[in-house]
Design a protein around this ligand. Structure first.
Ligand code: GDP
Ligand code: MN
Length: 383
């Protein structure tokens, strides 16, 4: 999960990395107040979950508090790089003499963290990799001992820093490694790390990503992860406890179990059909999860003209047929859309029988097996 700049800087501060004086604001008036408090020229920075804000007009300098207020009002609510700007960071403007890059990420090939430094700060590191790879110095870090002071010094020396800047940059690199390791990050990056006129080192930007697999350790982020999923259908899926991935076809597909869903998608594809999504409800179905899954597909079908049919493949080994069918019926009743629903109910024989009985007089088109179900759905999808 990617963090906002201000959240990353909050972590930096805890770990001793110098950050500019700043305040998070949500209105023009708050921006003006914040600028008064800072008492000098400020930078107005949009808080969105992407880089390249500088180029996109999301970062502006304000001489007076009134300017900060006006600029803030102009940017708030704007759409930048596909993200709506809801908050801004008002920060003291720094007097820059040099912009460095410093980052730690996971090197998958070597299975270890890698620390990178460069004198080409302020530019996206991917660009530097392409154009001036010789300007980046990098070093694998042994995750069992962490970064050693001498490793940090050696690395920073390679990009030509000396004396005071060498000492302070290597200190920041060690602190950044702590940020990375102790927050289960997969990326911890400072770009640019600024050297001011006074010779101080300040993190002007932050980019931190927490490994999703570690989010269970961070209750404060865990709830935010779902909120921050961009695709509204994928977000709705996560909220409803099902695994949903948007695709582009005309058959909205659902099954219980990732393997079953994958093979259903493959079989549809192999027969020349085109799935509109991947939806795995997971095993051990409850009425609610079933309803969430089917409801999601029907709402998506209502919003997306491409979708012609919904295909459900349910295998009931431990999932009770009454809960499964109730979930389906409640979703159909709630969403009210004309899209036909084809269902294949399999699993333990008494469960199959019961589920078919319960759906017998409904609008659901029952098919005996997966092949018949796919054939029926494709027939409807073709019109
Ligand atoms: P990004 O473009 O989204 O990565 O946003 P950054 O926070 O990295 O800002 C982009 C650029 O704006 C930086 O490379 C700096 O050149 C400039 N910038 C950011 N903060 C300050 C600041 O406090 N003072 C000055 N003068 N420039 C800044
Ligand atoms: Mn940046």
């Amino acid at each position: 999960m990617r963090l906002y700049e201000y959240e990353g800087k909050g972590i930096f501060k805890k770990f001793g990395i110098p950050i500019p004086q700043g305040t998070l604001v949500r209105t023009g008036e708050e921006a003006r107040q914040a600028a008064i408090e800072i008492g000098k020229e400020v930078v107005v920075k949009s808080q969105i979950l992407t880089g390249g804000r500088g180029k996109a007009g999301g970062i502006r300098v304000a001489k007076l508090p009134e300017d900060a207020g006006k600029i803030a009002q102009g940017i708030l609510g704007m759409e930048l790089e596909g993200y709506k700007v809801n908050s801004l960071l008002i920060e003291e403007k720094l007097n820059i003499t040099n912009e460095l890059y410093m980052g730690i990420t996971v090197d998958g090939e070597n299975g270890a963290p890698v620390a990178m430094v460069s004198t080409e700060g302020g530019v996206e590191i991917e660009e530097v990799v392409k154009r001036n790879p010789e300007k980046i110095a990098s070093e694998l870090i042994n995750p069992l001992c962490g970064i050693r002071t001498y490793e940090a010094i050696n690395l920073v020396r390679q990009i030509g820093l000396t004396e005071r800047t060498l000492t302070s940059a290597s200190r920041v690199l060690c602190q950044l490694y702590q940020v990375f390791a102790l927050n289960d990050a997969c990326v911890a990056e400072i770009n640019p790390l600024i050297i001011t006129n006074e010779g101080n080192m300040v993190a002007a930007d932050s980019r931190c990503e927490i490994d999703d697999n570690s989010l269970f350790k961070y209750p404060e982020y865990k709830d935010l992860r779902i909120q921050r999923i961009e695709n509204r259908w994928e977000r709705e899926g996560a909220e409803g406890g099902v695994n949903y991935v948007d695709l582009e076809g005309n058959i909205a597909v659902m099954a219980n179990g990732a393997g079953l869903t994958m093979s259903l998608l493959d079989t549809i594809k192999a027969n020349g059909g085109s799935p509109a999504c991947f939806l795995d409800t997971g095993g051990g179905l409850s009425r609610e999860r079933m309803k969430n899954g089917v409801g999601l597909l029907l709402r998506k079908a209502r919003a997306d003209q491409r979708i012609k049919v919904v295909l459900l493949m349910v295998r009931m080994m431990i999932s009770p047929p009454d809960a499964v069918t109730e979930g389906i019926m409640e979703a159909i009743e709630e969403v009210q859309v004309k899209t036909p629903v084809v269902a294949v109910m399999r699993g333990r024989t008494p469960y199959q029988k019961r589920a078919r009985e319960l759906l017998e007089n409904s609008a659901v088109i029952l098919c005996p097996g997966i092949e018949e179900g796919i054939r029926e759905a494709m027939k409807i999808a073709k019109g």
